[in-house]
Design a binder for this molecule. Structure first.
Ligand code: PMP
Length: 463
């Protein structure tokens, strides 16, 4: 740390935090006897807390966000210059960084053409749901309004996003939900046996076929879209089984469904491609993205559509209601696209996609090697620098380890100065996957340090 803050300053910050901050994702009772952690500074892959302790961050800011690492002066400068020139203007006007970032983004997304700015992943997904509903009204007499979503996927925190949420515990206390959202089974091959009658060897096809079954059950003329994560994040780092995406694409085309891919986590490099869907040859109609878009240097999210979706909204210029009557106040902030433009330049210039593939492979190799030593690791899966290790009591039964043991592994790593994650407390009994999503700048030494910490922690927690 650079010493800007004295010990007195820091204890004042801690007291102010304890008195006034309502922390995300936190039970507050423990703060009666312990202090919350305050992250004071970051550089590269590392952050420092209020006690000056250094941590190697294997989760890119807690939730898969800081893709290009901390302390990027060129992003700070791009944002600063833009803020001095013009910080904000909203409504129907455009901005210079808005147009230039959209052009750059579309260059990375063949087949897509329009960028709609929002300020969070939830909001981007909400906009996509709204578009599906409006297209249903405009073209199908309101009928094709249902939205299919998948077990274990997560699309955000608002009531409509929770209505499309496949992690029950997150939504349990917030009903009643929005009608018109229909669930299809998850695509986690490792847990295929939990699905009724699913032959494990063809699980990818079976899971995709359940989407068709749901469409037929609901009535194809009532279903407007299918919303999926390319690799499910908080639901357990779920990479799709082979054959899954090809079949999903066929089904969407057969029944005229818009394919909405939620790239809030996977987008902008995390999986080793610009977008996760590109790893599987998918042709989406709508793509939402947030976290890695500007690596957390500014709040920015986007909904990107193809020209077909956009065209649906310009059919009748004389009708005052015939357009997407939607706005996002902070979609008019210019700091977001200014940061995002520099973020993408860094990924290109530093060859970070290549690094992501190489370091992701190293992390998978290291964790697979740990499987030999620790019977508690039941499954290792991932794509690029987005990796999960599922912990089980027994490899044959695949019964998950107790959540408090997984928490103990995370805490042990933290004590060693390595921050790792686990699946969110969202699926009772299934918060048993350790998550790794270091910044795309990770080196071989960083990866080894992370997996060494896991090795030590598993040894101590499980003996
Ligand atoms: N989709 C996915 C896949 C996510 O993981 C998240 C957030 N973790 C969201 C959407 C919601 O994004 P936000 O928190 O920016 O609203």
């Amino acid at each position: 740390m650079d010493g800007t803050f004295s010990e007195n300053d820091i204890s004042h910050v801690v007291e102010a935090d304890k008195a006034h901050i309502w922390h995300h994702l936190s039970q507050h009772k423990p703060y009666e006897t312990t202090d919350p952690r305050i992250i004071v500074e970051g550089k590269g892959m590392r952050v420092w807390d209020q006690k000056g302790k250094e941590h190697l961050d294997a989760v890119s800011g807690g939730v898969w966000t800081v893709n290009v690492g901390y302390g990027r002066e060129s992003i700070a400068n791009a944002v600063r210059d833009q803020l001095i020139k013009l910080n904000y203007f909203a409504g129907s006007a455009g901005s210079i960084p808005g147009a230039l970032f959209a052009e750059k983004l579309i260059e990375k997304m063949p087949g897509m053409s329009r960028v709609y700015y929002t300020n969070s992943g939830s909001e981007a997904n909400e906009k996509a749901f709204k578009m599906v509903r409006q297209i249903a009204h405009k073209k199908f007499g309101g009928k094709k309004h249902k939205i299919l979503y998948r077990d274990r996927d997560y699309h955000g925190t608002t009531i409509a996003c929770l209505s499309a949420g496949g992690q029950d515990e997150r939504g349990a206390q917030y009903g009643p939900f929005t009608p018109g959202f229909v669930r299809v089974p998850h695509c986690l091959e490792y847990r295929a046996f939990e699905q009724d009658g699913a032959p494990v060897e063809n699980y990818g096809l079976w899971a995709a076929d359940q989407i068709e079954a749901a469409i037929l059950r609901e009535g194809p003329d009532t279903v407007g879209s299918l919303c999926l994560e390319p690799v499910t994040a908080g639901g357990g780092v779920i990479t799709p089984p082979s054959g899954y995406w090809e079949r999903v694409q066929e089904i969407c085309e057969k029944y005229g469904l818009l394919l909405h891919i939620d790239e809030v986590v996977c987008g902008v490099g995390r999986t080793g491609s610009w977008f996760g869907y590109q790893d599987y040859g998918v042709k989406p109609d709508m793509v939402t993205m947030a976290k890695g878009v500007a690596s957390g240097y500014a709040a920015i999210a986007c909904l990107v559509t193809n020209e077909g979706v956009f065209d649906s909204f310009k059919t009748n210029a004389d009708d005052p209601l015939d357009y997407f009557r939607d706005i996002s106040t902070f979609g008019g902030c210019t700091a977001g696209p200014a940061a995002a433009l520099e973020n993408i330049r860094i990924i290109e210039d530093e060859n970070l996609l290549e690094n992501t593939n190489q370091m992701g492979a190293r992390m998978m190799d290291n964790l697979n090697a740990l499987m030999e030593k620790h019977a508690v690791i039941g499954d290792v899966r991932g794509k690029g620098l987005f990796v999960g290790a599922e912990l089980v009591q027994d490899r044959d039964s695949r019964v998950p380890t107790a959540e408090k043991q997984v928490t103990a592994v995370v805490a042990d790593c933290m004590a060693q100065g390595v921050i790792i994650g686990m699946t969110n407390r969202s699926i009772p009994g299934y918060n048993n996957t350790l998550c790794f999503s270091p910044a795309l700048i990770a080196t071989a030494d960083d990866i080894d340090r992370i997996t060494d910490a896991v090795d030590g922690a598993l040894g101590r927690v499980f003996g």
